[in-house]
Unconditional design. Sequence first.
Length: 300
Amino acid sequence: MAGRPLDELGLENVEGRIDLRGLPAPVPRRLARFERAGWFIEKLGDLVRFEEVALRGLDLSGASLDSFRFHKCIIENCRFDEARCHDWRMWECRTRETSFRKTGLRRATLGPWSAGKGNIFSRVDFAGADFRDCTSMTAIFEDCDFSRARLDKVQFERCGIVRCTFAGILDEVEFDGRVFEPDMREPNRYEDVDMSNALLRLTEFWGIDLPAFKLPDDPGLRVIRNYPCVATAAVKALQGRDDKAGRVLRAILSDERTAERGYPFGLSNRADWILLGGEELAELADATLSKAEDACRGAD
């Protein structure tokens, strides 16, 4: 808190970092709990806050660090492996060369991005980390590893994701690059994202340049170019079909998100169609989208 180094405390070192493994930080005090608009909200007190300080060369593996608050901080060359970091909040922080392997980051907020400022994660190892129930994942991630991380239903919105790796099951993860306000200044940059060893399960891409992603070598995955035209042509071809598979496919392809603002790419995943409606829906989707692609070929 005073901005002084920890060297004078006589703590041991482990692999060049100050040994704070297993540190039990103060547990936040619950001041109130109430419901609003269907959400249960807790007001916490006695929170640990870091403002404009640097955490460097610390090993906090296995520590209990719930509800920490970071404002304009630097986290560098630290290790939080298998620590409990639930409900973290970070604003305008830079984290680099740091490990969160198998770390509990549930309900954490690694954003938001505001007025051209936000959080930047560079060369950070998130392998096996638990991000479930996370909100506001608008940040810059460069050279980060998300292999085998629990990202169920996490939304990466208008992020900068550059030279990052995703492996293992991606269950209902959403990568959303859509911009609804002209003056939004989020990073919104995607380059060289490796998903070659991932299993995509109801994973969605909106307003994203799909060629920036190295997708799994799966014959059931098809990148569809000129997607607005293809989706429109497919919906038109399905008009008049009253069977269940036809109604489901028409409803999905009619979603207003599929053809807005010239969104150029779409992804068809046969495994997803089977999850949503079985082999019948998968066969219908494949045939309908193939015909629609042929109809839109001249519009590329």
